[in-house]
Design a protein around this ligand. Structure first.
Ligand code: SF4
Length: 940
């Protein structure tokens, strides 16, 4: 270490260092040797030399850029800062980005692969080798494939953190085994978007909007929160008005021009009333509606004897929505009529610069929540703001997923554990019902991988997951691939440590704004070693302990499943550059960067870099607009060769070839349109009608299971919102980040003062919150920031561990006793709250927080929406002062009641098993992992 006298501040390059050097981001040409003074040596000026290596944050889905500062003296990462060259995050991060350093240095982290010693859940762990893990799983999976049990291999992911990699692996294996967390997250919102436009997420151009409507707290914690928050503020600074629908005064709502605390589930009524106002007051984009809405199909089918003109369609629309008056919406939601009118008019005036987003929140909480997203998109359609500057695009227009080499054919198997007959339209896999399906004997799992997924803690009715995971007939072999201990890993056969955001390769792209980009996550210590001439064969050789990365794990596993290539699997994991040799992970990305990213090879060549070197250097790349346009892509005209030999439907303009829609003719021109059956925006969904839900063929209002009429305040009933996020925590992956837990370590139940008085509780008091199947005991926080009649409790907190020395990180978890005490009855009681502990990190002895929050999800039964399949999170509860025997953190669950609730919701479905076409699911609807079209048919 060099100590520099105060008067000499000379950078290694020989340049005089300036204050600016220390106050702004290092320029890339100096990333190989960046010099900063050691803050701890102050007032002396002691130089520290760093290699700066970009990577991508893995602490939420937004995929912001990070720069890892590798200390050249120690060879360790010193800190993480934002990467200003990343197009999405532009150098800025939320608290969770820099906290990656806590995760790297966490003294509680799992450093080696572990194998259980005793029974599942007994907590006896032994260190094992990666070889042993790979051989065990390869044998099991190979047998399942050879014996045509291809629905017994399941990969169940929480946070994917990559685009397309795992779908390729599962396709190569020929299994239908992709399961996700999406039906506790977003499948409902996705369904609402998909049924309109064939794409299932919104991508608002907030920065250029004139009016922004958010349902939920996107600015503060929502989807792509940091990149979108920046642009919402940018839009506001340019004059945009912001409205936030949320019954809770979130930080986002506090920044808004309009806080709209709707009664949960009533959002659809408000949005449809706004739509009606815009129609009545002629504030809609008439030409856009005429051209792009499938009104011809609607009139021809539903009103065949009436005038088939656009004007008549508008007349019918007004008639259809006649009951959605401001007064009706005000009655349902509790908002003022004037506010509804005012905002509808402002949206109408914003026109094509109206940006809107909903995710989780109302869509995730309510029965029929998908109609919230559908009604919100209706406003975007009315304003003609689909994919316009300042409007809202479908996600696929702003996301770029490059193709890998040698893509496997879709698998020839349909797994009914994922897409069962009761839910033919489910937007994603029926993930939360897996324990019930296995208990009913619908199948079993030979090899089960949970990856960055903690269903025991996260999902409703977590004890059902404990029972499933401890049943070796239902789940024969289970590995938890995870960067951190979790309540689920505790019940696995193997716990496999995987890298955090600076310890792994991934390729990501997100629809953060009106552009397309890719971000390259990389294992920075491996890259650092390789730059210094130290070859690394496997990433775990450069990471702490033997922490690996999934990419290489799957390559190795695939080679062991098919060692001689006879199953046709191995070829997908052979190098595209060295035929017959095992794929090196660098080659996988090298091929993509050289062949699949428009503009990247040229941009790299300008800097005398290969495409891979470019991505290793900058960590991200924005696709030039001329190579990947992002606005109004439905208006792309078809070439004459595209329409040659195709049929054009006279009425709707739909162009089909061999029965498949390829485009649409509007005003004499052939356009690509939207990926829907009509190629237009489907106000009218024949799919809904044909698949058993004719009453929902158009956007309409479904009374939620927690509609106001279902809650009897006189009986002490309230609506519990359990879905809101804290901006500083990461679902169940922040237990290893001490800074984040220092900031957020309690999740009291929000109660309005009027309700608190009625219940007889004050801030800090314990209350018992009783659901349909049990109760939990938590403190209350009395606040005006919540609507009367509603209570709210954030998730992320209330982590537990079952043993003193291992399991969920001690920064975050209480030591508990969790046991089945009686037939169907489970109880949890905290034995000890969070305590200081001794470790290599002196901060662990300084922990001052004790309670760490209360777990609630165990007390929720499953509520699968019969259409979208989404778990409807909101709960009808009673709230009362804690009983004398209650203690903070108590949880009580009656699983017999949970089974009854499951049956009640299952009975709401309308299985479509007798269709003449034999289809299990509409062919046009997306599936996250899509098997061959042939297996969409039941009788082949
Ligand atoms: S918004 Fe998400 S990706 Fe970005 S820094 Fe925060 S946690 Fe990381």
């Amino acid at each position: 270490m060099t100590e520099i006298p105060l008067e000499q501040h000379i950078a290694p390059s020989g340049e005089q260092m300036t204050m600016r050097d220390l106050a702004s981001c290092p320029p890339p040409e100096r990333w190989h040797d960046w010099v900063e003074y050691d803050a701890k040596a102050w007032p002396r000026k002691v130089e520290k030399h760093y290699a700066i290596i970009p990577t991508i944050c893995f602490n939420c889905e937004a995929a912001c850029g990070l720069m890892a500062y590798v200390d050249k003296e120690t060879g360790r990462v010193k800190k993480f800062e934002g990467n200003p060259y990343h197009p999405g995050s532009r150098g800025r991060n939320c608290a969770k980005g820099p906290a990656t350093i806590n995760q790297v240095n966490d003294p509680e982290r799992i450093l080696y692969p572990l194998k259980r010693g005793g029974k599942r859940g007994e907590g006896k762990w032994e260190r094992t080798t990666w070889d042993e893990v790979l051989d065990t799983f390869a044998t099991k999976i190979r047998a399942a494939i050879i014996e045509s049990r291809r629905d017994e291999v399941m990969y169940h992911v929480g946070r994917p953190g990559h685009d397309g990699y795992m779908e390729r692996v599962l396709g190569a294996w020929g299994v239908d085994g992709h399961n996700s967390h999406t039906n506790v997250c977003s499948s409902s919102a996705r369904f609402g978007y998909q049924i309109w436009c064939g794409m299932d997420r919104p991508s608002p151009d907030h920065a250029n909007a004139r009016f922004i409507l958010l349902i939920s707290s996107h600015l503060e914690t929502g989807h792509y929160f940091n990149p979108q928050a920046q642009r919402i503020i940018e839009g506001k600074m340019k004059g945009a008005k912001l409205a936030v629908m949320d019954p809770r005064l979130s930080n986002t709502a506090s920044m808004a021009d309009y806080w709209l605390p709707t009664w949960p589930g009533s959002e659809t009524a408000v949005l449809l009333a706004m739509a009606r106002i815009m129609l009545v007051e002629n504030l809609y984009n008439r030409d856009y509606m005429r051209r792009w809405v499938n009104w011809q199909e609607y009139l021809a089918t539903e009103h065949p004897t009436e005038l088939q003109t656009f004007d008549h369609f508008i007349t019918v629309l007004l008639d259809l929505y006649t009951e959605y008056t401001p007064s009706f919406a005000a009655h349902e939601s509790g908002l003022e009529e004037e506010t509804i009118l005012d905002i509808a008019r402002q949206i109408g005036h914003a026109g094509t610069a109206f940006a809107a987003h909903t995710w989780r929140a109302a869509t995730a909480g309510n029965l029929g929540g998908w109609q919230v997203a559908r009604a919100l998109w209706f406003l975007s359609v009315l304003t003609g703001s689909i994919g316009t500057p300042g409007g809202t695009a479908p996600n696929a227009w702003n996301k770029f997923v490059p193709a890998p080499f040698l893509k496997p054919s879709p698998s020839e198997v349909w797994n009914e554990l994922l897409f069962p007959p009761e839910y033919p339209l489910a937007n994603y896999e029926m993930s939360i019902l897996l324990p019930y399906f296995l208990k009913e004997g619908r199948g079993k799992l030979a090899a089960y991988f949970t990856r960055v997924y903690n269903p025991v803690w996260t999902n409703p009715d977590g004890t059902a997951w404990i029972e499933m995971l401890t049943n070796e007939q239902q789940v024969e072999l289970h590995a938890a691939l995870t960067p951190v201990w979790s309540e689920t890993a505790w019940y696995a056969d193997y716990v496999l440590p995987m890298g955090v955001g600076s310890e792994r390769h991934d390729l990501m792209s997100q629809e953060t704004h009106a552009a397309r980009w890719i971000g390259f996550r990389q294992p920075v210590l491996r890259v650092y070693k390789e730059r210094n001439g130290e070859p690394v064969e496997y990433t775990f050789q450069a990471n702490p302990g033997e922490v690996w990365e999934e990419d290489e794990f799957w390559i190795e596993l695939s080679w062991r499943i098919d060692p001689d290539g006879s199953l046709g699997i191995r070829k997908y994991f052979e190098s595209p550059y060295r035929p017959g040799h095992k794929l090196a992970i660098e080659e996988y990305y090298r091929w993509i960067f050289e062949n699949s990213v428009p503009g990247l090879p040229e941009a790299a060549a300008q800097e005398q870099l290969s495409p891979l070197e470019y991505m290793r250097t900058y960590g991200s790349f924005e696709i030039p607009m001329d190579k990947a346009p992002v606005f109004t892509l439905n208006e792309r005209e078809l070439k004459s060769t595209d329409v040659e030999g195709a049929q054009v439907d006279k009425l709707s303009g739909k162009i089909t070839r061999n029965g498949a829609p390829v485009g649409v003719t509007i005003d004499g021109k052939a356009y690509e349109g939207f990926p829907t059956p009509s190629r237009k925006l489907e106000f009218y969904s024949t799919t809904m009608k044909e698949w058993g839900w004719p009453e929902y063929a158009i956007p309409s209002y479904i009374h939620s299971h927690v509609h106001r009429d279902a809650i009897n305040h006189d009986m002490g009933e309230y609506l519990l919102i359990p879905t809101f996020r804290l901006p500083t925590l990461i679902h169940t992956r922040s237990g290893n980040a001490k800074w984040l837990y220092e900031i957020s370590n309690a999740n009291p139940v929000w109660i309005h003062p009027v309700d608190a008085e009625r219940i007889g509780v004050q801030t800090g008091d314990l209350a018992r919150i009783t659901t349909e199947i049990g109760y939990f005991v938590n403190r209350v926080w009395v606040t005006d920031g919540i609507r009367p009649g509603i209570v709210a409790c954030s998730h992320h907190l209330g982590r537990w561990r079952l043993e003193t020395g291992q399991g969920t990180d001690r920064w975050a978890s209480a030591l508990v006793k969790l046991a089945k005490v009686d037939d169907g009855i489970w109880r949890m009681r905290q034995l000890e709250g969070i305590q200081p502990f001794t470790s290599d990190d002196p901060d662990s002895a300084r922990i001052f927080w004790r309670e760490g929050g209360v777990h609630q999800n165990l007390t929720f039964p499953v509520h699968p929406d019969p259409v979208s399949g989404m778990h409807c999170w909101h709960q009808k509860v009673t709230v009362e002062p804690a009983h004398h025997e209650d203690a903070y953190g108590d949880v009580y669950v009656d699983t017999r009641k949970a089974d009854m609730v499951y049956q009640e919701w299952l009975a709401m479905t309308r299985p479509q098993t007798q269709r003449p076409d034999g289809l299990r699911r509409p062919l046009w609807m997306i599936r996250p992992y899509r098997p061959a079209a042939s297996v969409f048919k039941r009788d082949r």
